[in-house]
Design a protein around this ligand. Structure first.
Ligand SMILES: *Cc1c(COP(=O)(O)O)cnc(C)c1O
Length: 385
């Protein structure tokens, strides 16, 4: 179906931050499959994990214990706020389970009225009927009604609006710490702490969507760590599989207490092949010094991008984001910037609010930053010409 206006290029292989098209062109890939290929293309440790597991066992179903799930679950629990988790195949599935979990939590606690979730304007939680119901983006919802009831959508960053939206039917507050599709809009640390406090005050679950901001992209394993808050529930996907379809819902034992045997399931979720890759990604991301390296690389790329904005204020007007989850707000149409950058050998991603997203692999080097900024300089000069 033509649900994407696809760009007319076919890729045949990738290596680190570079991707090669069938017509011989090489691109610097700052899309990373939309923050998915966290370690670039064809990372040897991931290729090895995938191929070794492929020779042994791909899939068994969740009727049986899956050793890789137990390992990955234990490692993620040790590295985060979570006590427990469920593995699925995508971000949307993780979001759907999150909605179920918060409702079930209150139901089991005897608060059967509490089912509504406060979400935010320009949010993106996926494309299922449940996930689009949590957003107000017209292109996502128009014509797909009736939407799932139970979401109260308020302005991003407006704590008073959140407070005013809380009723005795509210179950949770759900937010991306940095809106990705919405245009790399960061929630301030103060706002996130305010939401946590409101949740505590009213007995709500704090539900974070870190599908795009997590797995090291901001230089900490999860973006909420910068604000010094912890959620009760959190969706993870994209970078967690390094390119293999994988998602997870992480939760505290208490928040997940209603999710007993038979209440949820997935045929493929967390199968041995996915778990082998997930564990291999974590080997690299949790290795000593890796996340510090992402912070340093992010700082250098941001400094270089600030220079770019200074040189071309008529093209790039604002730098947004954190670590290597970055956005440049554009004066010309962002799609034109994306197209011109591609013509100059670099792939970037459009986002809402006329922003272009720069989502390089987390392990890029200084030479890639220089190359990226040189291409963006050239692209900006083309607008002036
Ligand atoms: C990509 C994304 C999703 C949806 O994930 P899929 O794997 O495409 O289902 C949900 N939330 C956020 C914040 C995302 O960036």
């Amino acid at each position: 179906m033509p649900t994407y206006s696809r760009i007319d290029v076919v890729f045949e292989r990738g290596e680190g931050p570079y991707i090669y098209a069938t017509d011989g062109r090489r691109f610097l890939d700052f899309t990373a499959g939309i923050a998915v290929n966290a370690l670039g293309h064809a990372h040897p440790h991931l290729v090895n994990a995938l191929t070794e597991q492929a020779k042994k066992l791909w899939h068994t179903s969740n009727l049986f214990r899956v050793e890789g799930q137990e390992t990955l679950g234990r490692r993620l629990a040790e590295a985060t706020f979570a006590d427990t988790m469920f593995f699925c195949n995508s971000g949307t599935e993780a979001w759907e389970l999150g909605v179920k979990l918060v409702r079930k939590y209150h139901y089991e606690a005897g608060n059967t009225k509490r089912h509504r979730i406060i979400t935010f304007e320009q949010a993106f939680h996926g494309r299922s009927t449940g996930a689009i119901s949590a957003s107000n983006q017209e292109k996502m919802v128009k014509g797909f009604g009736p939407l799932l009831p139970g979401f109260d959508i308020v302005p991003f960053g407006d704590l008073d609006a959140v407070r005013a939206a809380i009723t005795d039917e509210t179950a949770a507050i759900a937010i991306e710490p940095i809106q990705g599709e919405g245009g790399i809009r960061s929630a301030s640390a103060e706002f996130l702490r305010g939401l946590r406090a409101l949740c505590d005050e009213h007995g709500l679950l704090f539900f974070l969507d870190e599908i795009q901001s997590g797995m090291g992209r901001t230089g900490k394993l999860f973006a909420h760590e910068w604000a010094g808050v912890t959620p009760d529930v959190m969706t993870v996907a994209k970078g967690i599989g390094g390119g293999f379809p994988l998602g997870a819902l992480l939760a505290t034992e208490k928040a997940a207490s209603g999710m007993t045997a038979g209440t949820h399931g997935s045929t493929y979720g967390g199968n041995p092949l996915a778990m082998a890759v997930g564990n291999a990604v974590l080997d690299v991301v949790l290795a000593p010094g890796f996340l510090d390296g992402v912070q340093r690389t992010g700082d250098r790329l941001q400094a270089a991008l600030r220079g770019l904005i200074d040189r071309h204020p008529a093209v790039f007007t604002e730098l947004r984001g954190h670590g290597l989850l970055l956005g440049l707000k554009c004066a010309p149409a962002n799609l034109d910037v994306v197209a011109k950058a591609r013509g100059n050998g670099m792939l970037i991603v459009p986002a809402g609010d006329n922003v272009v997203r720069l989502l390089p692999p987390l392990n890029i080097e200084d030479a890639h930053i220089e190359e990226a900024v040189a291409i963006l300089d050239k692209t900006a000069r083309e607008f002036a010409a």
